[in-house]
Design a binder for this molecule. Structure first.
Ligand SMILES: [Zn+2]
Length: 133
Protein backbone atom coordinates (compact mmCIF):
# COMPACT_ATOMS: atom_id res chain seq x y z
CA UNK A 1 0.00 0.00 0.00
CA UNK A 2 1.08 3.56 -0.46
CA UNK A 3 -0.03 7.04 0.44
CA UNK A 4 -2.13 7.29 -2.72
CA UNK A 5 -4.72 5.27 -0.86
CA UNK A 6 -5.11 7.96 1.77
CA UNK A 7 -8.04 10.32 1.55
CA UNK A 8 -5.91 13.16 0.21
CA UNK A 9 -5.96 11.36 -3.13
CA UNK A 10 -9.23 12.05 -4.91
CA UNK A 11 -11.39 8.97 -4.53
CA UNK A 12 -12.96 7.58 -7.65
CA UNK A 13 -15.56 5.70 -5.65
CA UNK A 14 -17.17 6.92 -2.44
CA UNK A 15 -16.00 5.23 0.77
CA UNK A 16 -17.85 2.17 1.97
CA UNK A 17 -21.07 2.62 3.82
CA UNK A 18 -21.38 0.55 6.99
CA UNK A 19 -23.95 -1.63 5.22
CA UNK A 20 -21.63 -2.29 2.28
CA UNK A 21 -18.78 -3.11 4.67
CA UNK A 22 -20.94 -5.60 6.55
CA UNK A 23 -21.90 -7.22 3.23
CA UNK A 24 -18.21 -7.73 2.41
CA UNK A 25 -17.59 -9.27 5.85
CA UNK A 26 -20.60 -11.55 5.43
CA UNK A 27 -19.29 -12.68 2.06
CA UNK A 28 -15.81 -13.37 3.45
CA UNK A 29 -17.33 -15.27 6.38
CA UNK A 30 -19.12 -17.52 3.92
CA UNK A 31 -15.82 -18.93 2.65
CA UNK A 32 -13.45 -18.21 5.54
CA UNK A 33 -15.37 -18.10 8.82
CA UNK A 34 -13.55 -16.71 11.86
CA UNK A 35 -13.65 -18.27 15.34
CA UNK A 36 -15.64 -15.28 16.63
CA UNK A 37 -18.08 -13.04 14.80
CA UNK A 38 -16.64 -9.93 13.17
CA UNK A 39 -17.97 -6.51 14.11
CA UNK A 40 -16.90 -3.87 11.60
CA UNK A 41 -16.75 -0.16 12.20
CA UNK A 42 -15.59 2.75 10.11
CA UNK A 43 -14.28 5.59 12.21
CA UNK A 44 -12.06 8.63 11.95
CA UNK A 45 -11.50 8.72 15.71
CA UNK A 46 -8.76 7.07 17.74
CA UNK A 47 -6.06 7.01 15.07
CA UNK A 48 -2.64 8.39 15.90
CA UNK A 49 -2.13 9.60 12.36
CA UNK A 50 -3.73 9.43 8.96
CA UNK A 51 -1.35 6.56 8.21
CA UNK A 52 -3.12 4.42 10.80
CA UNK A 53 -5.49 2.63 8.51
CA UNK A 54 -7.08 -0.09 10.58
CA UNK A 55 -6.85 -2.54 13.44
CA UNK A 56 -8.30 -5.80 14.69
CA UNK A 57 -8.89 -6.43 18.39
CA UNK A 58 -10.74 -8.91 20.55
CA UNK A 59 -13.73 -7.23 22.14
CA UNK A 60 -16.96 -8.19 23.84
CA UNK A 61 -20.41 -7.45 22.54
CA UNK A 62 -23.36 -8.50 24.70
CA UNK A 63 -20.99 -10.62 26.80
CA UNK A 64 -19.61 -12.58 23.84
CA UNK A 65 -16.21 -12.36 22.19
CA UNK A 66 -16.03 -10.70 18.79
CA UNK A 67 -13.31 -9.47 16.50
CA UNK A 68 -13.69 -5.71 16.32
CA UNK A 69 -12.26 -4.55 13.00
CA UNK A 70 -11.87 -0.79 12.77
CA UNK A 71 -11.25 0.87 9.42
CA UNK A 72 -10.13 4.47 9.03
CA UNK A 73 -13.16 6.18 7.53
CA UNK A 74 -11.01 8.85 5.86
CA UNK A 75 -9.57 6.33 3.40
CA UNK A 76 -10.93 6.09 -0.11
CA UNK A 77 -13.01 3.08 -1.16
CA UNK A 78 -10.09 1.07 -2.53
CA UNK A 79 -8.02 1.82 0.56
CA UNK A 80 -10.82 0.74 2.88
CA UNK A 81 -11.24 -2.48 0.96
CA UNK A 82 -7.53 -3.31 1.08
CA UNK A 83 -7.41 -2.55 4.81
CA UNK A 84 -10.52 -4.65 5.42
CA UNK A 85 -8.93 -7.68 3.71
CA UNK A 86 -5.71 -7.07 5.68
CA UNK A 87 -7.56 -6.84 9.00
CA UNK A 88 -9.84 -9.78 8.25
CA UNK A 89 -6.66 -11.84 7.72
CA UNK A 90 -5.66 -10.90 11.28
CA UNK A 91 -8.96 -12.31 12.55
CA UNK A 92 -8.46 -15.49 10.50
CA UNK A 93 -4.91 -15.98 11.77
CA UNK A 94 -5.71 -15.11 15.37
CA UNK A 95 -3.33 -17.07 17.65
CA UNK A 96 -4.66 -20.18 19.34
CA UNK A 97 -3.71 -18.66 22.70
CA UNK A 98 -6.58 -16.23 22.11
CA UNK A 99 -4.69 -13.31 23.67
CA UNK A 100 -4.44 -9.80 22.30
CA UNK A 101 -0.77 -9.64 23.37
CA UNK A 102 0.06 -12.72 21.33
CA UNK A 103 -1.81 -11.33 18.35
CA UNK A 104 0.36 -8.23 18.56
CA UNK A 105 3.54 -10.29 19.02
CA UNK A 106 2.80 -12.32 15.89
CA UNK A 107 1.32 -9.34 14.12
CA UNK A 108 2.32 -10.13 10.54
CA UNK A 109 3.28 -13.76 10.97
CA UNK A 110 3.56 -16.30 8.14
CA UNK A 111 0.10 -17.55 9.20
CA UNK A 112 -1.29 -14.06 8.73
CA UNK A 113 0.37 -13.82 5.31
CA UNK A 114 -1.17 -17.10 4.21
CA UNK A 115 -4.58 -15.97 5.44
CA UNK A 116 -4.28 -12.70 3.51
CA UNK A 117 -3.15 -14.55 0.37
CA UNK A 118 -6.20 -16.83 0.61
CA UNK A 119 -8.48 -13.82 0.90
CA UNK A 120 -6.92 -12.10 -2.11
CA UNK A 121 -7.25 -15.29 -4.12
CA UNK A 122 -10.94 -15.19 -3.23
CA UNK A 123 -11.59 -11.54 -3.99
CA UNK A 124 -8.91 -10.88 -6.59
CA UNK A 125 -11.17 -11.54 -9.55
CA UNK A 126 -13.68 -8.93 -8.44
CA UNK A 127 -13.72 -5.58 -10.17
CA UNK A 128 -11.43 -3.22 -8.24
CA UNK A 129 -14.06 -0.50 -8.06
CA UNK A 130 -17.04 -2.83 -7.75
CA UNK A 131 -19.44 -2.07 -4.96
CA UNK A 132 -19.85 -5.69 -3.92
CA UNK A 133 -16.15 -5.76 -2.99
ZN1 LIG B 1 -1.68 -5.77 10.12
Amino acid sequence: MNEALVASAPPTTPPFTAKEGRAVVKSLQGTYPTIYPVVLRFTSEGWDSILDWGETRLAKRKGKKVFLISINSTLCHAGQFMVLVHEYAHALAWPATDKQADAEKFHHSPEWGIAEARLWALVGDEKPQGRAF
